[in-house]
Design a protein around this ligand. Structure first.
Ligand code: NAP
Length: 322
């Protein structure tokens, strides 16, 4: 099979297209022919080792000291089950699925095997493979942080980075849960963020959210543009700060009065991927896709992601679903 290999840390030029052995599913695994995947901010971070402040050494220990331990990047996929191991009863050849290996990656290839009990869900019938491939990276992160915040209907939520993969999913999911959402984005993305369900939008190129008069029950910073300390004045009593992209000091921020900070890696749960697929099929969660690249253009996709200004997801089309 063809796979994009990242043998060193560095710019998009470290990626090479190589031929690797097609994986064979073990007894408990499914073999998925990948139709579409994404280049997520996480892939760009692993390739470049550009991490939030303080995480450089930890990232090398997690991802590989001198080069990525998993040379095939790619956290999410949409595709068709081609074969299953003999103990697998939940999936059968021909099933259209989405899958989220997450930090284990390996989706920038024509095939991937996944254990049947890992995050796999039926592909929403109303979405193309390209659309379906974009649901998991931002969606699972948004669900994780909203769950840890204990978001309740009627609460107010400020989403900083509302036009990114995590932010665009969080605006939609929190609005669906009954929150009053304000999005922080730049001028060109105001209409997009409103269309996702935000009741108000702050254009960060014109106004600092911290200087507005509003306060919120939850502030979610999906892009690392703030800190718990900066957000204390805009948090209500019992307010929660979600440091989705927190630096190392942010990970250990202690509560201040009734206000607390929540950070750390998002969980990768099969039930969250099932929930995202269900919400997408119901039309509640709409894929936000910036660009779709061909499989031969992955380096260009990485370069675009590295600008830090993509909208939603950057998708890579590998094969047609048929
Ligand atoms: N904790 C975890 O487990 C976890 C999981 C997933 C992701 N993450 C982290 O979460 C972060 C977000 O991921 P992502 O994939 O959503 O990123 P992304 O899609 O690359 O974010 C890009 C978006 O951020 C917006 N943005 C940039 N600077 C901004 C600012 N100062 N204020 C408001 N918006 C701004 C951009 O909008 P404009 O073009 O309008 O500026 C763009 O739409 C990444 O750092 C990633 O590493 C953490």
């Amino acid at each position: 099979m063809k796979a994009w290999i990242c043998l060193n840390y560095g710019g998009p030029e470290v990626l090479t297209l190589e031929t690797r052995r097609k994986p064979v599913p073990k007894d408990n695994e499914v073999l998925i022919r990948i139709c579409a995947t994404t280049v997520a901010s996480g892939d760009m971070r692993v390739r470049t080792l550009k991490m939030p402040r303080g995480f450089g050494l930890i990232a090398r220990l997690v991802f590989g000291v001198t080069r990525p331990r998993q040379p095939i990047l790619g956290a999410e996929l949409a595709g068709t089950v081609e074969a299953v191991g003999r103990f697998v009863t939940t999936w059968k050849p021909g099933d259209a699925v989405i899958g989220f290996p997450g930090a284990a990656m390996g989706c920038h290839a024509e095939y991937r095997v996944m254990a049947a009990d890992k995050p796999i869900a039926p592909k929403p019938a109303n979405l193309s493979f390209e659309e379906a491939a974009s649901l998991c990276f931002g969606g699972t992160t948004a669900l994780h942080f909203l769950r840890r915040a204990g978001l309740k209907a009627g609460e107010s939520l400020l989403v900083i980075g509302a036009s990114g993969a995590v932010g665009s999913a969080m605006v939609q999911l929190a609005s669906h849960m009954g929150a009053r959402v304000t999005g922080v984005t730049s001028t060109r993305n105001i209409d997009l963020v409103r269309s996702l369900g935000a009741q108000a939008v702050i254009d960060y190129t014109r106004q600092d959210f911290a200087e507005a008069d509003e306060t919120y029950d939850i502030v979610a910073d999906t892009v690392g543009a703030s800190s718990f300390a900066k957000c204390l004045p805009v948090l209500n009593e019992h307010g929660r700060y979600l440091g989705v992209s927190a630096d190392l000091p942010g990970l250990f921020a202690r509560p201040v009065g009734t206000k607390r900070s929540i950070a750390g890696p998002a969980s990768e749960r099969p039930e969250d991927v099932l929930e995202l697929a269900r919400l997408a099929e119901a039309g509640v969660l709409k894929p936000v896709i910036d660009r779709i690249y061909g499989f031969s253009q992955i380096a260009d996709a990485h370069a675009h992601v590295e600008t830090g200004h993509k909208r939603g997801s950057v998708v890579v089309s590998i094969t047609s679903g048929s």
